[in-house]
Design a protein around this ligand. Structure first.
Ligand SMILES: *Cc1c(COP(=O)(O)O)cnc(C)c1O
Ligand SMILES: [Zn+2]
Length: 408
């Protein structure tokens, strides 16, 4: 199925599918587009395919049937009940959806798979993106699978494992001396200057959000018998939460679920421009310096603020900002209660649930699902800073030493 068209979320202008690929020509970079589908037509013939990946929803994705797709399996990640952590957070039930086990170990593979498929299908010579780390490593992986060169702009401060992934996948890595915002601006300028570079930045490329919506489609299908009251997600640029909401709404329109969860958007205290706009009740973003251990959401100037804020508000949900210590504490807490090792950014969603519960934004009776958006192995240095993580003990290679340690 192909989209019906696109519309600008600022001025409402409508475009035919294929007429524009990125932002609204009238509004410029701020004129983010949204992809429109003919749900009445889709509803008549729609059914998830048997594939256990995002491609089970190919009828709802902007890729042509004949295009080559990455072979690595993206999506259809498991949801686990984490009953031992629910009391700590103060909620009735807690589930996590583990997107950390994707091919490149983050949620971003959902968007990159769709973006790289479009880029290759449309005949682009290479694909580019700016990223705090995960979008980059994800794009590098998907592009490598399709044999498409990738050009990546990351802030020089990105964690080592993420930069290593880029190099291993063979991407052209440009470590920009500056912040993520600087890397982003330079990528935008480059894509404008070199037209055969396809732009994978989710805020300006509406088709990428279609990839992100597969998380919402999956949550709906996987939890149809017990839809969560709240879905908690960490928020940087805002594309992820907006995409999840779109997927959930589509599944309601298609009759898979009969009600929608509330969204809880979680930012770090050191990078909270969306929370501020949410609390003010408007859509204005005041960029300021970002500083947090949660590097994937260390975003000073969120690029998809409007879509994100509208999603959270439409859901009747809320946004909160959590301190770094609370984020770090949730990494071992989740790992010990579930076996799922989340990167600090992903664990922020859980810290957010706890704070929202304390503020009365989440009720003790709520059934909560948190999306674990990235794997802890991406940033082991960060995780080791949590106060409950003990350094390992050194012993001589003797049984007596083992005995002493076990008796401590
Ligand atoms: C990118 C990212 C997010 C947030 O996504 P945005 O679209 O920037 O809001 C959350 N968690 C992880 C692990 C990410 O890499
Ligand atoms: Zn417009």
């Amino acid at each position: 199925m192909l989209p019906r068209g696109l519309h600008c979320i600022l001025c409402g202008s409508a475009f035919a599918h294929g007429e524009v690929e990125y932002t609204c020509p009238r509004c410029g970079d701020a004129g983010i587009l949204d992809v429109d589908w003919d749900y009445d037509v889709i509803a008549r013939s729609w059914r998830p395919s048997a594939e256990h990946s995002i491609w089970r929803y190919h009828q709802l994705l902007p890729v042509e049937e004949r295009w080559r797709r990455p072979r690595v399996v993206v999506g259809w990640t498991p949801i686990y009940e984490v009953d031992r952590l629910a009391p700590t957070l103060g909620v009735r039930a807690l589930r996590v959806k583990d997107d950390g086990r994707m091919p490149t170990a983050s949620f971003k593979d959902r968007a990159s798979a769709v973006g790289a498929t479009r880029a290759a299908g449309l005949g682009a010579r290479a694909i580019a993106c700016a990223s705090t780390g995960n979008a980059a490593s994800s794009l590098a992986g998907m592009a490598a699978d399709l044999g498409l060169p990738a050009v990546i702009f990351v802030p020089a401060s990105a964690p080592e494992a993420k930069v290593a992934q880029l190099a291993i996948y063979g991407a052209t890595v440009l470590l920009v001396e500056g912040t993520y915002a600087d890397a982003y601006d330079l990528c935008q300028k480059s894509v404008a200057a070199f037209p055969d570079l396809y732009n994978r930045n989710c805020a300006v490329n509406p088709y990428l959000v279609e990839g992100k919506k597969t998380c919402g489609l999956e949550i709906a299908e996987q939890t149809a018998k017990r839809i969560p009251d709240v879905v908690a997600v960490s928020v940087g640029d805002g594309c992820t939460i907006a995409g999840i909401w779109k997927g959930l709404c589509e599944m309601q329109r298609l009759g898979v679920i009969d009600r929608l969860p509330r969204l809880l958007g979680v930012q770090a205290e050191g990078a909270r421009p969306l929370v501020e706009a949410f609390e003010r009740g408007d859509e204005r973003i005041e960029p300021r310096e970002a500083r947090t251990i949660a590097d994937s959401i260390s975003v000073s100037h969120p690029r998809n603020a409007v879509k994100a804020l509208r999603a959270v508000r439409a859901s009747g949900g809320a946004m909160v900002a959590v301190p770094d210590e609370a984020i770090l504490e949730m990494v071992p807490a989740l790992a010990r209660a579930s076996g799922v090792f989340a990167e600090p950014t992903a664990a922020a969603s859980l810290a957010g649930v706890r704070l929202a519960r304390e503020r009365g934004l989440v009720a003790p009776t709520d059934d909560v699902l948190a999306v674990v958006t990235g794997n802890g192995l991406k940033d082991v240095r960060g995780a080791m800073r949590a106060s409950s993580v003990q350094p390992p003990r050194r012993i001589p290679p003797e049984l007596d030493a083992v005995r002493r340690e076990l008796q401590r």
